[in-house]
Design a protein around this ligand. Sequence first.
Ligand code: ZN
Length: 241
Amino acid sequence: MRYAIISDIHGNYEALTAVLDVIDEMDVDGIVCLGDVVGYGANPNEVVELVRSRADVTVRGNHDQAAVVPAEEAYFNSWAVQAIRWTRDELTEDNLDYLRSLMYESFLADVRLVHASPGEPEKWRYILSPQAAAQEFSTFDESFCFIGHSHVPMIVLRTEVGTSELLEGEVALPAGARVLMNVGSVGQPRNGDPRACFAVLDLEERSARLVPVAYDLHTARTKILQAGLPRFLGDRLLLGQ
Ligand code: ZN
């Protein structure tokens, strides 16, 4: 079985459709979404509806939660607060109900799926370093754990000799090894590469890799400005920061 794993789309329709076009060229058996479907971008309804129709599994992100639980704004910076209030007003009742229905974690065979951290998915902790990732391995039993949340791709391998970060953008698990992998962000990358990013998992090969995808970020940025959202949220798409 092969799966495409997408995360942190953040209402960016141009990025999501470009990624789905690439996925459709691949021979995958399913699509998994790790949350933050909305927030920041200008097409929350269109993106929710595409995810609803295309993803086999979707877990809850902190922006999805804030769209339906306003008290969660307390943890957001001012740009994120402005964007999530605008998003909440835009979303249809049906799409809000869908976001309410999302769970904090999900599973495939030998795979853990969560937005932020496998240990405490409801606390939205960031795993920003290989050292922080190393501490998470005691919180899950599966061979693969996929996360999003930081918008920065990261692959950390755990073998019997220790834990190490892999910088090649792909991993093939040796026997007995496990991996924690951040799949990056479809709709608001922050790793200095403005391309959308997602991952492909091959359960037979026990391998996974990151796939960057160029998309029409200028249209996505223009829509953010036209919606009256903070200019910074549009400009950062150009930089991937
Ligand atoms: Zn996010």
